[in-house]
Design a protein around this ligand. Structure first.
Ligand code: WAQ
Ligand code: MG
Length: 265
């Protein structure tokens, strides 16, 4: 008999402001350890100590799980966040978004308010499509397969990328890129001590950009660029918020390249 898996969702707040969240899928014998780690994360966060922590543990039906591979990882090295944002515009343009719209996508994230979910943007009209602008769309039910986690850790360690941000963001971005109608995702963290962000897409992979915001800045977020002519927005939101996805392969990881070399590619 197959072992039952559990989805664990954590979100924490301080005075109604989002501090941190997490999505995990684990076997029963890992529930306690995982919940313990997530509570510690919420209580010892660079954005402040949470005063409300919500944890939800639900068992999931194995037959509902979709297994997908991760996006491949590239890293572009930039000297400062201004260059990084220029680079993000370039990557978005490579994915077929016009330069005017690509600049607007970066500006939308720059000007966004703290949210626990992501902005869902119609790349044709540049309108936001979330039902609740304060919350955004929250991607749930996503994690790495228990069977690949050890090899993944080794591979990331080898490339100097072994941290929770990378693992969690790559899993999330791989699911987002697989959503119907999705063109690209732009992200940088709201954690003041984490300045690396990325542009991810099914065709371009997971392109990390080493600096997308100033150190100490606690504004960040995600913009999902969606093409409303390719899929229904309801279907896309349903996929992101309801479907259960497990990443069951190891990504290929390319050595970091300086921005001026990347633009020649
Ligand atoms: N669904 C939708 N949006 C989310 C989710 C989610 N499950 N989790 C976080 N967000 C949004 C929310 O607005 C957060 O405030 C924002 O993203 C940033 O989340 O390769 O750590 O967890 O080195 O702070 C990317 C680079 C790190 C990693 C991103 O984001 C690397 C990161 P954080
Ligand atoms: Mg954060």
């Amino acid at each position: 008999m197959k072992e039952v898996l559990y989805s664990i969702k954590m979100r924490s707040e301080k005075d109604n402001l989002h501090i941190s969240g997490a999505e995990k899928i684990v076997f029963e014998n890992k529930i306690e350890e995982t919940v313990h780690k997530l509570i510690n994360r919420a209580l010892n966060h660079s954005k402040g100590k949470a005063n409300t922590i919500n944890i939800k543990v639900e068992n999931i039906d194995n037959k509902d799980i979709e297994y997908i591979p991760p996006l491949d990882i590239k890293t572009v090295l930039v000297d400062n966040y201004m260059k990084g944002r220029e680079c993000a515009v370039d990557v978005l343009q490579k994915l077929g978004i016009s330069s005017k719209k690509a600049i607007e996508v970066v500006n939308i994230l720059k000007e966004s308010k703290p949210m626990r979910g992501a902005i869902l943007l119609d790349i044709n009209t540049m309108e936001r499509l979330e039902k609740d602008f304060d919350r955004g769309v929250r991607v749930t039910n996503i994690d790495w397969d228990n069977k690949v986690i050890e090899d993944l850790n080794k591979e990331l360690e080898l490339k100097g990328l072994q941290n929770d941000h990378v693992k969690e963001a790559l899993a999330l971005a791989s699911k987002v890129a697989n959503a119907p109608g999705m063109v690209a995702e732009l992200c940088w963290s709201d954690d003041p001590d984490y300045t690396t962000g990325y542009v991810a897409s099914k065709t371009g992979g997971y392109v990390r950009i080493t600096n997308l915001k100033a150190f100490g800045d606690c504004f960040g977020g995600r913009v999902f660029c969606f093409d409303s002519s390719k899929a229904s927005v309801e279907g896309c939101i349903e996929y992101l918020q309801q479907s259960i996805t497990i990443i069951n392969k190891i990504p290929s990881i390319t050595e970091g390249i300086p921005y001026d070399e990347y633009t020649k590619e």
